[in-house]
Design a protein around this ligand. Structure first.
Ligand code: T4K
Length: 401
């Protein structure tokens, strides 16, 4: 285990990087390879590669059973799943979303000529602030998309109350929240529907993939049609649609990874605790915690760095990258500051002060089943040295090399 004890050991000071190979935030968790390969052989033997094949059907049954929800409509990715759910719910005009989310939440609306209206977040949970949502409602608003950021449930009851009061549809982007609960109940069961992502970088992956889960029979039926061009049987199209189908090999990956889900979550939880123990006492550094009474995959190790830390967030990120630790600034700078939405709402930031403050503080650190405790100790030792240096020293060191 390589421990960094002083500034001279840092890569920004000319020392060799702590890791020879990049340590990624989004390293895929991959279950039993032999089991996956057996499933792939089965797919090839079946000569059925996509279009609602047997693996996808089994995958949907396993997911809906796991979440305790009536319908799982598997899709090719989370973004298409969002788009189809938005369309099936009949959202139009304006829809309120957090700016503090992955850009896909906003794009899934704008791509369909719906205006995403950005609301602010609670600085403690990083989730939508219902009071801010209320302020954003106009006569054109038709819905709210809550995001369970970092797998932590959005304020579901409060958002539902706002939606009911104003006759709005409520759905959730649960891309981060597979395996999470809200007051003991599985995420997937709330709002009109919830959208999951099974992208390679998620705690649970199908390589690419996503799903909409819902208890609404009609909605599920409409989405099944929409993901397959609106076909019923051969040659008969009864609904406008697109190609949102999950392929068999992705379902095979999902079934394989479902078998190791508990182990992956346990490793993540252990890793998260190790980070928290090592970083929690550093000045101006806060490791985001998850509610002990609810389940969370602990996939995201999210750290806030504020002005009490001698080094700035960007200096820490720069120094970590020099060590081959590819920490991220998810979801800096906020969707409202990305070009398409900046052009649309140049002054949105005035209503998004918590989002903008958080955007300057955030660091997301590597996690996952392949990350060793030794690697975490090394990462934390680097962080510790950086947090012990003045911003000036780090700047000077970075300039020299
Ligand atoms: N809603 C929310 C709230 C989301 O977070 C997302 C996706 C969506 C909706 C949309 O769901 P999908 O349509 O993606 O199913 C990554 C993911 O691509 C994206 O799925 C995810 N959120 C987002 C949070 O992270 P990028 O642009 O950061 O990806 P990239 O290529 O930089 O990869 C991240 C890290 O993972 C890199 O350091 C490399 C590493 N990596 C990546 C892949 C794909 C690997 O080590 N192996 C791999 O196979 O967006």
């Amino acid at each position: 285990m390589k421990m960094i004890r002083s500034a001279k050991d840092l890569a920004i000071n000319g020392a060799p990087p702590a890791f020879a190979e990049p340590i990624h935030v989004g390293r895929p968790n991959i279950g039993d390879r032999a089991a996956f390969m057996r499933r792939v052989e089965q797919i090839l033997d079946n000569q059925w590669l996509t279009n609602n094949g047997p693996m996808v059907q089994e995958f949907e049954r396993r997911i809906s059973g796991y979440l305790g929800v009536k319908h799982c409509v598997a899709m090719c990715n989370g973004t298409i799943a969002l788009e189809i759910a938005i369309r099936a719910l009949g959202l139009h005009g304006e829809v309120i979303v957090p700016s503090w989310t992955f850009i896909a939440t906003a794009h899934a609306l704008y791509w369909q000529d719906i205006t995403p209206v950005f609301a602010d977040i609670d600085p403690l949970t990083h989730n939508l602030d219902p009071a801010s949502v209320r302020r954003m409602i106009t006569p054109r608003t038709t819905g709210i998309i809550g995001v369970h950021l970092w797998g932590r449930a959005a304020p579901i009851d409060e958002l539902q109350a706002v939606a009911d009061e104003h006759g709005l549809k409520l759905m959730f982007d649960a891309a981060h929240a597979f395996g999470s609960t809200y007051n003991g109940k599985s995420i997937g069961q709330f709002g009109a529907c919830e959208v999951l992502s099974f992208h390679a970088t998620k705690a649970f992956n199908t390589m690419e993939g996503g799903a909409v889960v819902t208890n609404d029979d009609e909605l599920a039926e409409a989405m099944r049609l929409m993901r397959n061009f609106g076909f019923v049987g051969y040659d008969n199209v009864i609904h406008p649609g697109t190609n949102g189908k999950m392929v068999e090999v992705c379902a095979a990956m999902g079934l394989t990874n479902l078998d190791v889900l508990n182990e992956v979550f346990a490793i993540n939880r252990r890793n998260h605790a190790a980070y928290k123990a090592a970083l929690g006492a550093l000045p101006g550094v806060r490791v985001i915690d998850y509610d002990a009474n609810d389940c969370n995959s602990h996939h995201y190790v999210v750290v806030e760095v504020d002005g009490r830390c001698p080094a700035t967030r960007d200096q820490i990120i720069g120094a970590l990258h020099a060590e081959n630790i590819l920490a991220r600034k998810y979801f800096w700078p906020g969707c409202h500051k990305m070009k398409p939405y900046r052009d649309l709402f140049p002054h949105a930031g005035l209503m998004l002060s918590n989002t903008e403050t958080l955007a300057a503080k955030i660091i997301v650190l590597p996690n996952g089943a392949d990350l060793s405790e030794a690697a975490i100790a090394t990462i934390c030792s680097i962080f510790g040295v950086l947090a012990g240096q003045s911003a000036r020293t780090i700047q000077d060191l970075a300039k020299i090399h």
